[in-house]
Design a protein. Structure first.
Length: 544
C-alpha cells in the first residue's frame, strides 16, 4: 500500500509557497514549465497509487464545459451538464480516496444522495465525509473554469480540501489553456491532454492523424480557411467522385455535430465551371445541423476557426460507431469500449445517446482502427480519455468503415461506461468487444443524454427519485442490471434528463429505456392533470 509512503516516488516541483497571488501569467513560458513539472507526477500516480484501492489520494473533478460561448448557448441546460461527471463519485468506493467536486451552482442534496447510495460496500456517511462539494454560485454562461479562476478564495478552498497535493490530480471534461492555468494555481497535475496538443483533435488535425495511423478516412480536404476554399473543395470532390450526391462541411472546433452543414450536388453542371457553380449556390444550399444557424453567421465562424469538406457517406444502411480510448501517463494506449451512437438533427449528425457495445458487424474493425489512432496519439504526447468517431456503411452484405473525427476530451460515451464499470466490477474484452461482470454475466446498455419533454417541466429531483422508487426504476446490484439517471438537475427547469439502462442483452437494455420513458410520461401526465384540475378550480373561485 502507498497510503503512508513518502514522496520520494514523486519528482520534486519547486512551486511558490502561495501559488495563487504569485501565479505566472496564463499561457506564459513560466506557466508551461510549471505545468510540465506537475505533469511528471502523473506517471508514479498511475503506476503506484491508482492500482491500490486503499491508497490515499484526492481527485479534483472540474466538469467544465469549456467550449466557445456560442456552442454552450446551443446546449439546453448547459450548466447542468456539469453533473455528467457525478459518475466519478463512485471513486469514493475506495476507502481512502477524497473527491473534490466543483460546480457553477450547488447540486441538490437529493442528487448527491442518489449517487452515494449506489456505492457498493461503503457506508453512506463514510463516503460523504470524503466528499467536498464546492460551488461558484454563478449561473452565467461563462465556463466553470473561468468562474473558478475569477475567485481566488474558492481556489484556496479547493487547495485546502487536498490533504497532500503529491497524491492528487485534477480531471476535467475538456482541457483548454484555462484548465492548465487552474492546475498550476492548485499545484496539482491535470490528467488530460495538454492543451497545446488540442489541434490534433480538430477536424483538420483528426484527418492528418488518421493518415499517419494508417486508418481509412473519407475523401476530403482539410485546413480550409474561408468560403472560397469551401467552394473550391466542394468542386474538387465532385470532380474526383462524379457520383457523389452530397458533401459535408465541418467547423474545425464544432461540437456534437452542431458545427456541420451538408451540401447537395443536385443540379450540378456537367460542363462549365463547377467551382463557380458550387460557390454561387453554397449560401442557399448549406443545410445546417444547428437550429437557427444562418449562412452569414456560419461563414464568419468558418473564417475564424477554419474547417474541412469531405464526402457525405451513404449506402443501404449507415451507422455511427465510436471507440473510447485512453492513453495513460506511462504512454500505454488502449481501447476502453465501442459504441453505436444515436444521432439526430436534420441529417443525423447531432449526438443524442449511445448503445453499448457496437454491433459485431464492425466492432472489431473500429476497435482495431481505434487502437491504431490511440497509439499514434500516444507517440505524439497525448494522454487521457478521448473518443474516435466512425461511419459504417452497408452496401448489400458488406460493411465499410471509415474514421471521421477525434474528440480529445471526455464525451457522451464516457459517463455511461464509467457507471457500468463502477456498478458491476466487470471488464471489457478487446478480443470479442464485449463486457462481462466478474461472474461472467454479459452487460449491454442504452444511454441517452436527451430524454426531454415539456411534460417533465416542474419535476424536481425529489419527484424523480420518488417516481423511481415507486416504480422500481433503479439499478439492482444483485441482478447487475437496471436504470441509473443523470442530468437530474436539468429536469425541473428544462424538462431534460439522462439515463443509462443496463441489461443482460441489448433487447433488455432497450426495454428498460422504453419502460422508463413510459413511466415518466405517465407520471408527468398525472401531474399535468392535477395542475389543470386545481388551476381550473382556482380560476373559477376567483371569478366567483
Amino acid at each position: 500500500m502507498l497510503a503512508d509512503h513518502g514522496v520520494a516516488l514523486f519528482p520534486d516541483v519547486d512551486l511558490p509557497a502561495d501559488i495563487v497571488p504569485d501565479a505566472p501569467t496564463p499561457g506564459s513560458s513560466e506557466e508551461r514549465a510549471l505545468f510540465g513539472a506537475l505533469q511528471r507526477r502523473l506517471a508514479p500516480l498511475v503506476a503506484h497509487v491508482f492500482p491500490d484501492r486503499h491508497a490515499a489520494q484526492t481527485v479534483v473533478v472540474l466538469p467544465s464545459m469549456s467550449l466557445p460561448r456560442e456552442e454552450l448557448l446551443k446546449l439546453t441546460g448547459a450548466n447542468q451538464y456539469e453533473e455528467r461527471l457525478l459518475c466519478l463519485l463512485m471513486l469514493l468506493r475506495q476507502p481512502r480516496t477524497n473527491v473534490v467536486y466543483v460546480t457553477s451552482q450547488p447540486i441538490a442534496d437529493s442528487v448527491i444522495d442518489y449517487y452515494l447510495h449506489l456505492l457498493p460496500g461503503i457506508p453512506f456517511n463514510h463516503a460523504r465525509r470524503r466528499l467536498t462539494l464546492l460551488s461558484c454560485y454563478d449561473s452565467s454562461r461563462d465556463t466553470l473554469t473561468e468562474k473558478v479562476l475569477r475567485r481566488p478564495r474558492l481556489i484556496e478552498h479547493i487547495r485546502s480540501a487536498i490533504p497532500n497535493e503529491r497524491f492528487a490530480h485534477m480531471t476535467c471534461f475538456i482541457a483548454t489553456p484555462a484548465e492548465r492555468t487552474l492546475a498550476v494555481r492548485l499545484g496539482i497535475p491535470l490528467y488530460a491532454c495538454d492543451p497545446d496538443l488540442r489541434h490534433l483533435g480538430s477536424k483538420s488535425g483528426s484527418r492528418e492523424v488518421f493518415r499517419r495511423a494508417g486508418v481509412a478516412l473519407p475523401l476530403g480536404y482539410e485546413h480550409l480557411r474561408d468560403t472560397t476554399d469551401i467552394g473550391r473543395a466542394l468542386a474538387e470532390l465532385k470532380r474526383r467522385r462524379p457520383t457523389l450526391r452530397r458533401a459535408v462541411v465541418k467547423l474545425n472546433e464544432g461540437f456534437s455535430g452542431e458545427g456541420n452543414a451538408t451540401f447537395s450536388y443536385d443540379g450540378a453542371p456537367s460542363t462549365g465551371s463547377l467551382s463557380r457553380w458550387t460557390s454561387s449556390v453554397l449560401p442557399a444550399r448549406a443545410c445546417f445541423e444547428a437550429n437557427a444557424e444562418t449562412w452569414e453567421h456560419y461563414a464568419a465562424k468558418f473564417a475564424a476557426m477554419g474547417g474541412i469538406v469531405e464526402e457525405y457517406l451513404e449506402g443501404d444502411e449507415v451507422r455511427s460507431p465510436s471507440v473510447q480510448c485512453r492513453v495513460d501517463p506511462l504512454r500505454q494506449a488502449c481501447v476502453i469500449s465501442t459504441h453505436d451512437q444515436l444521432l439526430g438533427g436534420p441529417s443525423g449528425q447531432i449526438y443524442l445517446g449511445c448503445t453499448f457495445p457496437a454491433d459485431t458487424a464492425y466492432s472489431n474493425v473500429v476497435h482495431a482502427d481505434g487502437i491504431r489512432v490511440a497509439r499514434q496519439l500516444a507517440s505524439e504526447g497525448v494522454i487521457g480519455r478521448f473518443g474516435v468517431d466512425f461511419v459504417s456503411v452497408r452496401n448489400g452484405e458488406r460493411w465499410t468503415t471509415t474514421a471521421i473525427e477525434i474528440n480529445l476530451r471526455k464525451g457522451g460515451t464516457t459517463h455511461p461506461f464509467l457507471m457500468l464499470q463502477y456498478l458491476t466490477d466487470g471488464t471489457y474484452d478487446p478480443a470479442t468487444t464485449t463486457y462481462r461482470t466478474a461472474t461472467g454475466r454479459a452487460c449491454h446498455y442504452y444511454a441517452s443524454d436527451n430524454l426531454q419533454s415539456d411534460a417533465y417541466l416542474g419535476l424536481t429531483p425529489d419527484d424523480l427519485i420518488e417516481i423511481a422508487v415507486a416504480n422500481d426504476l433503479h439499478f439492482d446490484a444483485a441482478a447487475q442490471q437496471g436504470v441509473v439517471f443523470h442530468l437530474i438537475g436539468a429536469l425541473s427547469e428544462h424538462g431534460k434528463l439522462g439515463t443509462v439502462c443496463i441489461g443482460e442483452s441489448q433487447a433488455v437494455a432497450e426495454r428498460f429505456f422504453r419502460d422508463t420513458v413510459a413511466i415518466l410520461n405517465r407520471e408527468a401526465g398525472r401531474m399535468q392533470q392535477y395542475i389543470s384540475r386545481h388551476h381550473g378550480r382556482s380560476e373559477k373561485s376567483a371569478v366567483t
